[in-house]
Structures are given as structure tokens and as C-alpha cells.
Design a protein around this ligand. Structure first.
Ligand code: FPP
Length: 251
């Protein structure tokens, strides 16, 4: 039986899978990758898209069921306008060019983040991508685009407050589940593993609520250099971790 078949079998039979169900990645270092080669930052971002393609393919092959990729943060609006336009353009052309292939590969696409500030054509593309791939189950790819963890929690709290004011929800009954259900990630399991490339040791406002018990792997390589081997290395480190969720674990 191949590694992939064994992993799918372990999912089907409900035993503890050796691969994390949900891997989330902070794709950092595109700019430094470009500077190190004396090419424009734009080239780093373009090569970053190639790494996105390879990572989605690798995640599906390895049996990861949810892959979340941080493509544009709510703080990235502070970048120069031309870089913002470039990142939007890359996301736009990625969805246009790759949607069919993602669909055929059994990938379900979802986008998390504040949509209202995005250009209308990108919002339409996101709607189309989510609708077209909605029935796919091989791997779910969540693009965090115009995403910030604090912004997501703030929007969730505002919705909960509005529902309480409308009498649809009892404030006394608000619990952790209520908050989780109002986040953009409502239908997505919490990340088991968060990977950050680029060498920085921080979370940068990514999945703040959801990362409560995530394992972290920080890799010193720049995102455009990230390959299947690097994902496998991170999975190997994850496998060696003991997850106790505040308890004392098996002794
Ligand atoms: C961080 O590198 C990366 C980003 C801000 C954007 C990540 C975007 C992509 C990989 C392309 C987007 C496309 C899709 C399909 C989601 P940085 O610019 O902060 O690098 P630096 O820290 O070295 O300057």
C-alpha cells in the first residue's frame, strides 16, 4: 500500500493520522528572495505563486485535508500602492488561470478575510471559485486574503452583538462555540500545524483564535524556495511533537 493510500485509510478508519489534518502557512520572504538575487520584489512574489501551486499539489498528495495560505494581510495595505496592485493582480490571474486545474484536482477553494474592501472583480472571482469547487473534498485550500486575526474576531463580535440586539441570540448563552461559529473559519478545523517561512519568529495576526493549540514550525528558507521536501520536513517535526492540550498526555 502506498504512503498516500495508508494515510487515506487511517483517515477513513478514524485512527490518529500521522499527517496533520490542517496545515496553515505564513508565506514569508518573497522580497528577501528577490533582493538576494538582485531582481525586483515583484519577481519574488511571482515565484511565490509557483510555490503556492507546488504546495497545494504536495498537500493533496500527502493527505492534508485543509491547507490555509496567508496571501495578503489586513496590514499589507501599508505597502506601496504598486506592490498592493501586483499582489492583487497575481491573486486575480492565479484564480483565473488555475481554477479549472484546482477543480479537476479535487480542491475545494475558500477565501477567508474581509471581502468588502477588495476590488469588485476579485470578489466575483472568489465567489466563482468557491461555488465551482464547493463539492470537492480531496483537499480544501483556504486563501487568507485581506485577512487579519484581530479583524476577523472583531467582525465576529460585531455580528454576535447585532444578533443579540435583534433578539436572535441570548448574550448569556455566548460561549467559545458561538465565537468560532461566527469566524470566517466557521466550517474549518483549527490548524494542527502552522508553518512560517522566511526566518521570522512571529504570527503576524494570522489565525489568532484558531492557533490556541497549534504546533509551530519556523523555517529559515524564503517562500519562493519552499518545495514538497520542506513540507515533509515540517510534517516530520510535527510528528515528533507531543500535543497535550493543557492536559498531561499519555504517560
Ligand atoms: C511575504 O513576503 C509574502 C506576501 C506578503 C505575499 C504572499 C503572496 C504570494 C505568495 C503570492 C500571492 C498569490 C496567491 C495565489 C495567494 P514579503 O514580501 O513580506 O517578503 P519579505 O519579508 O522578504 O519582504
Amino acid at each position: 500500500m502506498s504512503v498516500l493510500a495508508k494515510q487515506s485509510a487511517s483517515f477513513e478508519h478514524g485512527s490518529q493520522p500521522s499527517v496533520p489534518r490542517h496545515v496553515a502557512i505564513i508565506m514569508d520572504g518573497n522580497g528577501r528572495w528577490a533582493s538576494a538575487r538582485g531582481v525586483p520584489r515583484a519577481e519574488g512574489h511571482r515565484r511565490g505563486v509557483d510555490a503556492v501551486r507546488e504546495t497545494i499539489r504536495a498537500a493533496a498528495e500527502l493527505g492534508i485535508k485543509h491547507l490555509t495560505l496567508f496571501g495578503f494581510s489586513s496590514e499589507n495595505w501599508s505597502r506601496p500602492r504598486d506592490e498592493i496592485e501586483l499582489l492583487f493582480g497575481l491573486f486575480r490571474s492565479y484564480i483565473r488561470n488555475d481554477l479549472r486545474q484546482l477543480d479537476e484536482a479535487g480542491a475545494r477553494v475558500k477565501v477567508i478575510g474581509r471581502r468588502t474592501d477588495l476590488p469588485p472583480d476579485i470578489r466575483l472571482l472568489i465567489d466563482e471559485a468557491e461555488r465551482r469547487t464547493d463539492a470537492n473534498r480531496r483537499v480544501q485550500v483556504n486563501f487568507a486574503f485581506n485577512y487579519g486575526g484581530r479583524d476577523e474576531i472583531t467582525r465576529a463580535v460585531a455580528r454576535i452583538a447585532a444578533e443579540a440586539a435583534d433578539g436572535l441570540l441570548d448574550p448569556e448563552a455566548v460561549n467559545e462555540g458561538t465565537i468560532a461559529d461566527h469566524l470566517d473559519t466557521a466550517s474549518i478545523p483549527d490548524p494542527d500545524l502552522i508553518i512560517r517561512t522566511g526566518g521570522e519568529l512571529r504570527l503576524s495576526n494570522f489565525l489568532l483564535w484558531q492557533c490556541a493549540y497549534s504546533e509551530f514550525v519556523f523555517l529559515p528558507i524564503y517562500w519562493p524556495d519552499f518545495r514538497k521536501d520542506d513540507l515533509e520536513e515540517a510534517l516530520g517535526l510535527f510528528e515528533g511533537r507531543s500535543r497535550r492540550y493543557g492536559g498531561i498526555g499519555a504517560r
